[in-house]
Design a protein around this ligand. Structure first.
Ligand SMILES: NC(=O)c1ccc[n+]([C@@H]2O[C@H](COP(=O)([O-])OP(=O)(O)OC[C@H]3O[C@@H](n4cnc5c(N)ncnc54)[C@H](O)[C@@H]3O)[C@@H](O)[C@H]2O)c1
Ligand SMILES: O=P(O)(O)OC[C@H](O)CO
Length: 334
């Protein structure tokens, strides 16, 4: 039987643990809190993140990373992107030499501008055949209710992608394989930044044309960055690109979207953080995405405008004025 350790018992770690278990994979969920692990094991529920959802039998929880990793074919990582490096320094040595590390995260590390698969490679020493990424339009609360979705399982090694695809294929999750790890990761990380901008537009009541324009031009600048760092531009037309940006920008279940809505309604970053208490990756990753773009000489006006609001004290109205005042140009798709 395939075994998986899932690190992070928040929304996505728990929901994706359910997917794996429903696909017949034996899952051990790691979390920091003993009381939450006990609630999961005894009550078959994660009351903090997915209240009212009964967890499948093939899923148990622990606070001990070694127990989670014992015999694991896959170690799936669903912690905040900015803590991954510190987390892996405590866990990596306990993994078997064959364990495949899988990023479920959608962020870029501050300071280094590394994608999560790059952080994994550096911290674990795993080669490309032992690294994978899963990304797509996957709102945890819908998946946990077994509502249908597609997703992308990406690894440089096709055999790794196919093994992981099998380990998470259920009647309600349809995983597609890809070899474009860079494109899938950047699609996931940058859509959170676009989601913040679209949320601000919604919060300001700017209408569907404005939001659609942000989605489309946001995808263009995401693709521009992706191509500059080695991604396949077509990946951004797929589930990990277009698919995810549409789900994020359109859903009130998206934390990034809702964070932006609060800002657009006039709340401060501190007030929005208090309302959206869960991980909204774009709030931090907008800075690392923009820095990555600048390192590669790529223009990302929407990401720059989001950084202006979230970190430099600009108002969403100023963001709108800045974006609309840009000089006229032809519509390059990236
Ligand atoms: N929620 C979704 O719908 C969804 C879907 C796809 C991808 N993701 C991505 O998955 C990742 C996790 O998101 P989430 O929704 O599960 O977030 P969450 O806020 O629901 O859960 C985060 C988990 O990480 C834990 N955590 C926080 N700080 C930690 C630390 N320093 N060390 C170890 N653990 C720590 C928290 O206790 C919690 O269990 C993010 O990168 C997110 O973009 C989320
Ligand atoms: O809640 P968000 O904004 O982190 O989005 C969740 C997923 O990434 C959507 O695919």
């Amino acid at each position: 039987m395939t075994r998986a350790a899932v690190f992070g018992s928040g929304n996505w770690g728990t929901a994706f643990g359910m997917v794996l278990a429903d696909a017949g994979t034996e899952v051990t969920l790691w979390g920091r809190r003993a009381d939450l692990a006990e609630a999961i094991n005894v009550n078959r529920e994660n009351p903090d993140y997915l209240p009212g959802i009964t967890l499948p039998d093939g899923l148990s929880a622990t606070t001990d990373p070694a127990t989670a990793l014992e015999g694991a074919d896959f170690a799936l990582l669903a912690v905040p992107s900015q803590t991954l490096r510190a987390n892996l320094s405590g866990w990596a040595a306990q993994a078997d030499s064959h364990t495949v590390f899988v990023s479920l995260m959608k962020g870029v590390e501050l300071g280094t501008c590394m994608r999560m698969s790059e952080v994994i490679a550096e911290c674990t020493g795993a080669g490309p055949d032992r690294i994978a990424v899963i990304s797509g339009p996957n709102l945890a609360h819908e998946i946990a209710r077994r509502m249908p979705a597609g997703t992308v399982v990406a690894s440089a090694e096709q055999a790794t992608a196919e093994r992981l695809q099998k380990a998470c294929h259920t009647p309600y999750v349809r995983p597609y394989t890809s070899n474009d790890v860079i494109g899938c990761e950047l699609g996931g990380a940058v859509k959170n930044v676009i989601g913040l901008a679209a949320g601000m537009a919604d919060g300001m009541g700017l209408g569907d044309n404005a939001k659609s324009t942000l989605i489309t031009r946001g995808l263009a600048e995401t693709t521009r960055l992706g191509v500059a760092v080695g991604a396949d531009p077509y990946t951004f037309a797929g589930l990990a690109g277009l698919g995810d940006v549409v789900a994020t920008c359109g859903s009130s279940l998206s934390r990034n979207h809702m964070f932006g809505v609060h800002l657009g309604r006039g709340l401060s970053v501190t007030q929005a953080s208090e309302l959206v208490r869960e991980t909204a990756e774009g709030v931090k990753s907008c800075e690392s995405v923009l820095e990555l773009a600048e390192r590669h000489g790529v223009d990302m006006p929407i990401a720059r405008a989001v950084v202006g609001v979230v970190h430099d004290g600009h108002s969403p109205k100023e963001m709108l004025a800045t974006l609309m005042a840009r000089s006229a140009k032809s519509e390059a798709l990236y």
